[in-house]
Write a protein that binds this ligand. Structure first.
Ligand SMILES: Nc1ncnc2c1ncn2[C@@H]1O[C@H](COP(=O)(O)OP(=O)(O)OP(=O)(O)O)[C@@H](O)[C@H]1O
Ligand SMILES: [Mg+2]
Length: 258
């Protein structure tokens, strides 16, 4: 098996008296989709924030491409190649798809000359979206006129275009209908096949099972276990998320890891 891109070991995070994470171990390898499941308040968002440089862990260690690493800011993590697509997507609805695609990365010395080259940017944006299976009517179309699933795809496409090695998606399908959900799941599968390690956070076990290679369930800041694809079904995952009432019966399927 290939080495993980990022490995988080025994991560703890305390906010005053609140113990949000109490020793979480998690990794992601190139070309896999590792799903992080858990009920409300389980610690999913806190965990990905420690992975993406927003929070410093209270205890535990992070290694990135085999070397010890500590991220001081989200920018640090981003520069290492960890891209996070948060649920609100941080897009400006009235701005064009292209402008959103390049937001914060416009003219850079050496990359673009002096001025933002809109024609070149439009062409890149159209092409990158096409690769993700979306044919834009026009690159100057406002992002606000796209569907929720298409907006998710813009966010994913730009992360991949700018060199993400790890792509973290926080509940990308929770607000979407069936058709848009399947488009986003197809996008995840495409990104994974390009060698990116995807961390997919979800409440929805069916969405997770549709694209996941590994599944880790968080409960009250602790991992209840990790299962490989084919080792666990929807009902078992659902039970685990609910706190593992049926731990005994699940132990077999999880190989005794719970
Ligand atoms: N900045 C903070 N200060 C204090 N407590 C926090 C902070 N952030 C998170 N928590 C607490 O940590 C716990 C885990 O929260 P977190 O947001 O990580 O859960 P989650 O699994 O993402 O839940 P949801 O599915 O509802 O998004 C909760 O009890 C929450 O109240
Ligand atoms: Mg959350």
């Amino acid at each position: 098996m290939t080495d993980p891109i990022i490995h988080m070991e025994g991560i703890k995070k305390h906010f005053g008296n609140v113990i949000a994470l109490n020793g979480v171990t998690f990794d992601v390898r190139p070309g896999e989709c590792h799903c992080l499941l858990g009920d409300n308040g389980a610690g999913k968002s806190t965990f990905i924030k420690t992975m993406s440089g927003v929070h410093k862990p209270t205890a535990g260690s992070i290694s990135f491409e085999g070397r010890p690493m500590s991220f001081d800011s989200p920018r640090d993590a981003m520069e290492a190649g960890i891209a996070t697509v948060f649920q609100d997507l941080a897009m400006i609805p009235l701005m064009s798809v292209t402008r959103n695609f390049f937001m914060g990365r416009e003219p850079k010395k050496g990359r673009f000359v002096k001025r933002f080259d809109l024609d070149a940017a439009n062409a890149i944006c159209m092409e990158e979206m096409r690769k993700m299976g979306i044919n834009l009517r026009a690159p100057d179309q406002a992002v606000g006129t796209l569907s929720g699933g298409e907006r998710q795809t813009v966010a994913i496409a730009r992360a991949v275009y700018f060199g993400a090695k790890v792509l973290i998606l926080d509940e990308p399908t929770s607000a979407l209908g069936v058709r848009q959900t399947s488009n986003v799941l197809a996008t995840i599968a495409r990104v994974r096949s390009q060698g990116v390690g995807v961390v997919f956070i979800s409440h929805n076990v069916r969405h997770a099972l549709a694209v996941g290679d590994r599944f880790t369930v968080l409960n009250r800041g602790q991992t209840l276990g990790t299962a490989m694809k084919g080792e666990i079904d929807a009902a078992e995952l659902q039970d685990l998320m609910a706190g593992g009432q049926e731990l005994a019966t699940l132990e077999g399927s999880l190989g005794g890891t719970i």
